[in-house]
Design a protein. Sequence first.
Length: 454
Amino acid sequence: MRILSSVMECMPCKECFVCDLILQEQAMKRKGCASNLRLLCCSCGWSMEFFTSAQIGRFFEVNRRFVYASRSVGCGRAAGKRFCGLINMPPPPRPTPYARHNKEILRAVKKISLETMRDTAREIHDIKPGSDEGIARCGVSVDGTWQRRGFSSLNGCVSAISMDTGKVVDVEPLSKVCIKCREHENDPDTPETTAWRADHRASCKANFKGSAPAMEPEGALRMFQRSVDLHKLQYDEYYGDGDSKSYSLVKDVYQVYDIQVQKKECVGHVQKRLGTALRKLKKEKKGMGGKGRLTDAMIDRLQNYYGIAIRSNSGDLAAMKKAIYASLFHCASSADSNYHGHCPEGPESWCGFQRDKVNRTNTFKHGTGLPLDVREEIKPIYKRLSEDSLLSKCLDGKTQNQNESLNGMVWERVPKGCLLVLKYCSWGFMMLSLTLILVQEQLLKCLRVLEFPR
């Protein structure tokens, strides 16, 4: 303001051409972040008023952009007000207009999000042949995320991502929070209270009742039940994290079409099971750990090799199982105990010992390996995690990395430390369904719906 005032003092008045202009801020006419300024000529009395932001319809652009930006970085009005105070700019709009901006932004984000998910469904139809009814089948990766850790979260979201396109095809925000219900939860059971609850049921903001862990199965069921009506899709392959509760609910959703949903495993989660089992063995079995035995570094190495064996042999069950055991014997080998006969041979082998053997070099250095007693304890774990029933679900070599990425970004936009109702949670989930696809293009569409100029 001081800099702008000093510039105006050097400018001539448009009426009397005297350089005697002063710039005043009219605080009573301020509209949120949009200040009202008055340019006054002290010589002739000429004056002009203007706002520091363009007005689009009934709102000022700076205010809507401020609310949009605050939501995008996971902040509410209180945090935005502190930010404005710290950088010496006008405060954001008052709570009522701020809520109206929130409502319009959510409407725009939801509109573009639904359009984007419909576009994803059309892409799947282009890839997958449909039935006579125009219904196509596809696999989806389903995963849930919660606002808080543990079993106390009041908000959560379940997402379904197409395994063919890697894009979000559906999301289901879930919330147990309704401010109105909380205000009346201690009301006595009177006819008036009963009537209020009956009237409120249609507009209640809580769309889920139950425990936090039950959100993922319920969200998955809702998405599968509406897939045909919403996208003309049948999710016939379910990629999950091993939790049978969600799968057991959705496996017979398409029973009327004589289709049973097939359970597929995320390679990343199966890989983690090996590490978890080995760490449990080390903790519970005395003498497993220590130098030259089952150290944390060795467990990480075995886990990584196990995952590589699955991914590099997708589509071939026998080769996958052989590679898993080869990775175990490779890590168990030492200078005194050589088990590299299980490793693939040839100059292109991933085993350094086998490459040296063919190339007649001596670059491979053995580690400490694993002693016999440790190997004997590990073998049952490997036997369990290399059963045909498990590995057959990993033949596609697919993961839930896209879901994990989505989950990690959701709570950057939705604050984790405060109580939120469904509409504010929906903002984050809908926004992330766009961000995971085409960041700039989809966000620009939102801005156009919000009537922002380019």
